[in-house]
Ligand binder design. Structure first.
Ligand code: NI
Length: 177
């Protein structure tokens, strides 16, 4: 993987649609060591560099079950989440529809329906249990990132027609580069 170093920031290269790692079920994490903590730090740097709200380890080419998210809303302290081996344990019946994109499919977005709130359990980078009850944007981001460690992309949650139109648009963007 190429790495961009500078100013103490360690952003890693983001894997794009078409790379098989995005379609694989990522492996459970068993060791909570310095390597894991370095990965988490780099994932945040990568997410900040790309101006994303969430990132999953397979998106930086590491096939393990780690996700990060940060929600910044005006007038509220940023909410930062790291989950290792995340599992969605509860979902609301209420469905929310909102525009969604992915750093691995840059330049396109589409409305995706998802449960409006979720409870996600997992571990922190030291191996301690974490439970996150989320609504709003955080609920959406966490579901999107848990999908990633299962090899699922947001385009899989669109109707075949919407998915086809979005992919056509995405390929056109790529052709212009
Ligand atoms: Ni994504």
């Amino acid at each position: 993987m190429g790495r961009m170093e500078g100013g103490g920031v360690s952003a890693r290269e983001i894997v794009l649609l078409g790379d098989p790692i995005l379609r694989a079920r990522a492996a459970a994490v068993g060791s909570f060591d310095d390597e894991l903590r370095e990965l988490v730090r780099d994932m945040f740097d990568t997410m900040y560099s790309a101006e994303g709200a969430g990132l999953a380890a397979p998106q930086v080419g590491v096939g393990i079950r780690v996700i990060v998210a940060e929600i910044v809303e005006e007038g509220v302290a940023p909410v930062r989440v790291v989950l290792v081996n995340p599992e969605i344990v509860e979902t609301s019946d209420e469905i929310d529809r909102d525009s969604e994109g992915c750093l691995s499919i840059p330049g396109v977005s589409e409305v995706v329906a998802r449960p409006a709130s979720v409870t996600v359990q997992g571990l922190d980078p030291t191996g301690s249990p974490v439970r996150v009850e989320a609504g709003g944007l955080l609920a959406r981001v966490l579901q999107h990132e848990v999908d990633h460690v299962n090899g699922v992309l947001f385009i899989d949650r669109l109707t075949p027609l919407k998915r086809r139109i979005l992919l056509q648009k995405y390929r056109k963007l790529g052709a212009k580069d």
